[in-house]
Design a binder for this molecule. Structure first.
Ligand SMILES: [Zn+2]
Length: 304
């Protein structure tokens, strides 16, 4: 498996969830081993922020990355679309403090990426291959990864009559992500939305970019896109967070009642269990390529 980037630059714009203001994004192709990096194109000096869990500065309601004083919010759905499509390397220039929310899913990003096309790069993709189970528990939340082909199983449990217990499993394969996961929207409860907007947050939030539930049902006129749209969106969020790992996870990931914060805590725990995984390159590689993978700079988040 070779690394990929975009076939050509891709530009789009949309409304920021928290500011309610339009934001323009241009995704440029990048060379092998560049990784996924954001650029705050609206700030002096155009600071770069690497998509890596060590750069996460906030996970309350959205994942926010930061480098020095530059921050960028709501990166998770775009990252999910990029990882879901198999894009390893890209430079993502954002002209504002947050990535546009679009329809609350990764569907519009996935469609734009597919229409732009992909380019294979002459460098193999490396995986973090798990050969011993790693687990983390915290109250009623738990996450575990066990050896096996890459896939995610997610379980959620809400007392709301339209959600309750939902469980879904998908292999981490681009076609499956595009078909089953990308268009699942974020969801929230009317009370929370009202509270946020009273406090000047989620000003761009509406039924156009989230599934909103009250006690009786779904407020969106079209209802859910899938009967189990909520758990599918949680998988979307987990895929976006996996893009912050720095290497492709090769293993079976299971999550119960996760959150962005808990996903990231698990990744830190996993990285620390060095006896349970190894960096694995399935494609035959040259000596030079092989030694490059063992330079920690390429996968520990330090700028290469
Ligand atoms: Zn989400």
């Amino acid at each position: 498996m070779w690394q990929q980037t975009l076939a050509q630059p891709l530009t789009f714009s949309g409304i920021g969830l928290h500011s309610g203001q339009p934001v323009k994004v241009t995704i440029y192709p990048a060379a092998a081993n560049h990784g996924l990096r954001f650029v705050r194109a609206d700030l002096p000096g155009q600071p770069e922020i690497q998509a890596h869990y060590s750069k996460v500065v906030d996970t309350l309601r959205a994942t926010t990355l930061g480098e020095g004083r530059a921050t960028l919010s709501t990166v998770e759905h775009l990252l999910a679309a990029l990882l879901g499509a198999g894009v390893d390397n890209a430079r993502i220039a954002v002209e504002g403090p947050e990535v546009p929310i679009m329809d609350g899913s990764a569907g519009p990003f996935a469609v734009l990426l597919a229409a732009t096309g992909f380019k294979s790069l002459p460098w193999p993709r490396a995986y973090l291959r798990v050969h011993r189970p790693v687990e983390l528990r915290q109250g009623d939340q738990w996450m575990r990864v066990v050896p096996g082909e890459p896939r995610i199983t997610y379980t959620i449990d809400f007392s709301h009559p339209l959600i309750r217990r939902q469980r879904f499993t998908v292999p981490l394969v681009s076609e499956v992500f595009a078909r089953e996961i990308a268009s699942a929207r974020t969801f929230g409860f009317l009370k929370e939305v009202q509270y946020l907007q009273t406090n000047g947050l989620a000003l761009g939030g509406s039924l156009d970019n989230a599934v909103v539930l009250d006690e009786a049902g779904v407020l969106n006129p079209g209802g859910f896109r899938f009967p189990d749209e909520c758990v599918r969106h949680k998988i979307l969020d987990a895929v976006g967070d996996l893009a912050l790992l720095g290497l492709h996870l090769y293993g079976r990931l299971e999550v119960s009642r996760g959150s962005h914060e808990f996903h990231l805590r698990f990744f830190e725990h996993l990285m620390a269990q060095e006896a349970s995984w190894r960096v694995w390159v399935p494609t035959p590689v040259t000596q030079q390529q092989q030694s490059a993978w063992f330079q920690p700079a390429l996968w520990e988040g330090a700028p290469a």
